[in-house]
Design a protein around this ligand. Sequence first.
Ligand code: FAS
Ligand code: PHB
Length: 393
Amino acid sequence: MTTSKTQVAIIGGGPSGLMLSQLLHLKGIETVVLERQTRDYVLGRIRAGVLEHGFVELMREARCGERMDREGEIHEGFSISDRGTMHRIDLEGLTGGQTVMVYGQTELTRDLYDAREKMGGIVIHEAEDVQPHDMTTDAPYVTYTKAGETHRIDCDFIIGADGFHGVSRKSIPADQIREYEKVYPFGWLGILSETKPAHDELIYARSDRGFALCSLRSQVLSRYYVQVPLTDTVENWSDDRFWDELKARLPEDVAARLETGPSIEKSIAPLRSFVAEPMRYGNMFLAGDAAHIVPPTGAKGLNSAASDIYYLYHAMLSHYENGDDSGLDAYSDTALRRVWKAQRFSWWMTSMLHVFPDHPEFDQKLQSIELDYFLSSEAARTSLAENYVGLPF
Ligand code: FAS
Ligand code: PHB
């Protein structure tokens, strides 16, 4: 077994782990990132597309924002199509100037990897059987195997940034953690196509056939989703069937101008709401999907990870620069306050825009009037807008 030492050992080389590693390294704090997949595998996952202002600022602070600022699109609003009638939500007007950035998670993860490499950051790929140890002592450590050899890394802190299926949350004793979960009775079938986007802004569509979303990655790369039953499989969906179903859920004028083409990625993601409390166990801190998951309807998954990283970054700085642990001690409560607000918004957008076939008629009527109220009230649209652009960190 080889042994080494670092200050902060980070499990997970997704956006959460890479962002924290980059921010801390810029302040002279040593980190090691342990990622079980290859870099190409991580970059092959198609996920989030919309960044809140807070995430954009964090990318710039991490000196990773140059390509995002050059290639990303600032969006000042989005539309909700209610049974074929479009209603624009004027984010900039309703929030006094705030906007969102459309820039794919794949690209920002690539930028973070490139920045880590440029700074000589230590990211160990294909790290197998990563295990956190002695988290409740002042000498925690992590072990992993690579190419058949076992390694130990002694550290001050362990960060569990290893996503929903990671090892860190599962290594916390059951009596030390509480989990809250809601599973939705449908999933999202998503495709990526090298086609011109259907609209210049995102469209969240509510139709009697089910929810649909028109998003994009650039002016030549479109991202679309349709709600499908949990029992559905990608094999059931030819490209032609997908395009026909998407058009049937969109306003007629949007459907008429929709540019179709072969899918270059097609997958079904289940929808769940999940929170683990607290987000700390001794000297191990959970961040991002390791601690919480939202249905992607509110574009809050990646953006909730951003606020976790923001709080952890500043707490670690206070520890190493001033010997002040108040930020670390407050981390879980601080992060969870914002996490639960993102949970609420994501659950609300999902409940309002999807078809729940088993809901009683009274609930179906409530769902219709909820959307009708939010689209007809300036105060309600302002509430929707301030949540969509991102509540302050
Ligand atoms: P991640 O899951 O991205 O990264 C965790 C990393 O840890 C992974 O690279 C994994 O390989 C690694 N890992 C796991 N176990 C490990 C172990 N034992 N040892 C070492 N490494 C380990 N959010 C949105 O805002 N909008 C969306 O449209 C959207 N779509 C999504 C679609 C899917 C299918 C999924 C799964 C998520 C989606 N999300 C979306 C949420 C997603 O973007 C997450 O919020 C984001 O990836 C969170 O980043 P991380 O916390 O870094 O977790
Ligand atoms: C995406 O572009 O993948 C996307 C955008 C907004 C969402 C969900 C997904 O709410």
